[in-house]
Design a protein around this ligand. Sequence first.
Ligand code: NCD
Ligand code: ZN
Length: 348
Amino acid sequence: MTSSALPKLTITRPDDWHLHLRDGDAMTTVLPHTAAQFARAIVMPNLKPPVTTTEQAAAYRQRILAALPDGMLFEPLMTLYLTDNTPPDEIRRAKDSGFVHAVKLYPAGATTNSDAGVTDLRKCYKTLEVMQEVGMPFLVHGEVTNPEIDLFDREAVFIETVMQPLRADMPELRVVFEHITTSEAAAYVAEATGPIAATITAHHLLYNRNEIFKGGIRPHYYCLPVLKRETHRLALVKAATSGNPRFFLGTDSAPHAKGVKEHACGCAGCYTALHAMELYAQAFDQVGALDKLEGFASFYGPDFYRLPRNTSTLTMKREAWTLPAELSYLDGSLVPLNGGEVMQWKAV
Ligand code: NCD
Ligand code: ZN
């Protein structure tokens, strides 16, 4: 499809290549939202305790499938949480399982539930070498954690101090630079040699950091990596709508109860699973690039992960509707990003 004036858009069913499903009752609430729009999702392993073994991933996968409402089709693509002590053998077990599709790097202290993360990537080299050998994708939360580095510079500094040395040492390692937020990351991924790609969230395509402070502090716009300046947002939009297969969809939808978001020390994470494709459609539509949405949302992800593309479809209509302000969640509620606002697209 080419004209942005068309009232309807049908694309191959998309997948979400970066998702937080949580566990237990929280998962029961959020899973149907993702399954309504996406055929598959790469499920983040930052539970408490984290999913560090293939055995734990198998059990988590079963809990996800058990929580899926009858009649909904959805395939969870599992990941392992890399620690300083992940043995190389664990990668072989993960590869042999057929259901673990990637290993995630959380630099220790970088984000929600990252205490067990990696303190120094050099401790993991034996394990990373096996990942390189068997073609296991390495999903990188690309921010340094040094408190002396300005929060807004953490991704750019990571590229120079961690990403470039790592990829020089392991040129065949398949790397996904997760939820990129800067022009530096977009340029690095576009220009680098070797097997690298990046996911981009809908909120980083739609908003810059002003959104967090518009008329007062707005915690539902706080996520990590944090929203950046407008120049960076524009670079991300350009990358996502370029048709370059190195850039694909990852919502990073990350539910936190209202009470811990609207708090003196609020949690990082935006909840977008409810209206993910509507947000992406809006971001692409805004720049007249709806014709590029299908590649970004439905083709380039499976191609990178060496999985088949989906055969079913998703249809969206250009139609105004109001997103619920809050959803019932655990003992309280969950506030979706844009809760109570009018959306321009609607998935049918
Ligand atoms: C994520 C979460 O809450 O698990 N939060 C976020 O702000 N994106 C963790 C992450 O992906 O960094
Ligand atoms: Zn995430």
